[in-house]
Design a protein around this ligand. Structure first.
Ligand SMILES: *[C@@H]1O[C@H](CO)[C@@H](O)[C@H](O)[C@H]1NC(C)=O
Length: 281
C-alpha cells in the first residue's frame, strides 16, 4: 500500500511539476496584463494631475521657497538684514498699489486661517486679530504723498479738516499680532510674495501696550501706515478727543488743517518700541 501510494504521489507530484510552468505562464500573462493596465491608468492619472497643476499655476503662483535655517528665531533686526532692507531704503520707496494692498490683505487672511486651523489641532493659540470689523475708506480724508527726502512717504489732508474731526480709527485693516512668531510668519510670507514689502511693514509696525499689560505689534494694512511723526508744535492730530483717554486707535484733528497740509502725529502717544523683545522680536 505504501509503495503503491508512492508512485501516485510521485506522479501527482510530477504532474504538479509539469503543471507548474503552465501556471507560471498564466501568471506572467496576467502580470503583464495588469502592468499594462496600470500603466494606462497611471498615465491617465498623471495627465489629469498635470492638467490641474497647470490650471493652479494660472491662478496662484507659489514658487518653492527655501527659508533660511532658524528663520523661526529671527528678531526684527535679523529680518531686516535678511530682507536686505537697508538696500531697499537707499532709494525712494514707492506706494503700494490698490492691487498690491488687496493681495497683502488676502495674504493676511490666509495667515489668519492657518492660525485658526492650528487652534483646532490644539497646537497653537491664534497669534493675530483684526482690531475691528469696521470697513472704512480714508481716501476722502488723507492721501499719500512724498514728504521729502528725510521723511519719505507721508500723508496729507485730502480736504480742509476742522478741529476735532476724526482723522484715523482702527478698522478691519488694523491688525494686531500678540504672538511674535505670527508676525514673523507674516513678514516671511510677505517677503516671499513681494520682496522689500516686508521692509516697509517692519518700518511701519509698532509695538503697543494692550489692555492688561500685554503687548501687541500693530500695523495698518492700508495707506494709513504712512503717517509721520512731527515735532511737538507741528503735530496736528491727537490720540483721543480733548477730554478722552488715548486708546491708541482713534485720532482727531488738534486744530484746523488745510487741504494739502501734511498730517503729523506723535508716535510717543501710542508706541512702545522698546518692547519688541517682549514678543521675542
Ligand atoms: C476689510 O474688509 C474689506 C471689505 O470686506 C476687505 O476687502 C479687506 O480685505 C478686509 N481687510 C482685512 C485685513 O481682512
Amino acid at each position: 500500500m505504501v509503495f503503491s501510494n508512492n508512485p501516485r504521489f510521485i506522479s501527482s507530484h510530477h504532474s504538479c511539476k509539469k503543471a507548474a510552468p503552465h501556471r507560471l505562464r498564466n501568471v506572467s500573462t496576467i502580470t503583464i496584463a495588469i502592468s499594462l493596465f496600470s500603466l494606462v491608468v497611471l498615465s491617465a492619472i498623471s495627465t489629469l494631475d498635470f492638467g490641474s497643476n497647470a490650471s493652479k499655476k494660472v491662478t496662484k503662483v507659489r514658487p518653492t521657497i527655501v527659508r533660511p535655517t532658524k528663520w523661526d528665531t529671527f528678531d526684527h533686526y535679523k529680518m531686516r538684514t535678511y530682507f536686505e532692507c537697508s538696500k531697499a531704503f537707499e532709494s525712494e520707496r514707492p506706494w503700494w498699489t490698490d492691487q498690491e494692498w488687496r493681495i497683502v490683505r488676502e495674504l493676511y487672511q490666509d495667515l489668519l486661517k492657518s492660525e485658526r486651523a492650528g487652534l483646532v489641532r490644539g497646537s497653537t493659540k491664534i497669534g493675530t486679530y483684526r482690531v475691528s470689523d469696521e470697513v472704512f475708506d480714508f481716501s476722502q480724508i488723507v492721501v499719500p504723498y512724498q514728504a521729502g527726502k528725510e521723511k519719505g512717504r507721508g500723508l496729507k489732508a485730502a480736504k480742509d479738516i476742522r478741529k476735532g474731526d476724526m482723522i484715523f480709527k482702527a478698522t478691519n485693516n488694523t491688525v494686531v499680532f500678540t504672538d511674535g512668531h505670527s508676525f514673523r510668519k507674516c513678514m516671511f510670507m510677505l517677503n516671499e510674495r513681494f520682496p522689500t514689502f516686508a521692509c516697509d511693514v517692519l518700518q511701519w509696525a509698532w509695538v503697543q501696550d494692550l489692555e492688561g499689560g500685554a503687548f501687541g505689534i500693530e500695523v495698518d494694512l492700508d495707506d494709513c501706515n504712512l503717517l509721520n511723526s512731527g515735532r511737538q508744535r507741528s503735530v496736528n492730530i491727537q490720540c483721543g478727543k480733548a477730554d478722552e483717554i488715548c486708546d491708541g486707535n482713534h485720532f482727531y484733528a488738534r486744530r484746523d488743517i488745510k487741504k494739502g497740509e501734511e498730517i503729523l502725529g506723535s508716535y510717543s502717544e501710542f508706541v512702545s518700541d522698546h518692547s519688541w523683545s517682549e514678543l521675542g522680536l
